[in-house]
Design a protein around this ligand. Sequence first.
Ligand SMILES: [Cu+2]
Length: 165
Amino acid sequence: MPRTALYLLFGAMAATGFAQKPASLRSAAPEQAEVYLIEPRDGQCVASTFTVKFGLRGMGVAPAGVDREATGHHHLLINLPELPDMSLPLPATDSIRHYGAGQTETEITLPPGEHTLQLLLANYLHIPHIPPVISKKITVTVPAAPHNHDHNHRHSGDNSHDPQR
Ligand SMILES: [Cu+2]
């Protein structure tokens, strides 16, 4: 996906004289545009595999590659410590997932522990808007697997059946 975007980018640079107009590949976001997580909520405990629902106000969703004003596609940032360069196409990694078909929800699987989730919209070339349309970062917790709980329970139970007592 990003490789395709880069080829498009370089093609556009060659065609339009990139040196004079470096901002032309970025798209303007309407002032009131807002992206947010509908589900899960901040601080929620979730199963290891759970649904993430993307919310968007003041803009529309369009698939990657479709250049339409005031639209973009969603990117889910998972446990991303530092935001990427907002002036370049977003890379596609385990921590930066693209929903270039125009999806508004997904299902992800994460190991036990605390995780952060954040949404970032980007234009048809996977480049964030001006200004970037980005959600608040939320934290969710995947509890330790149930069999661990049973295991702990057995060991912390009373010792009344201990033959040595
Ligand atoms: Cu993208």
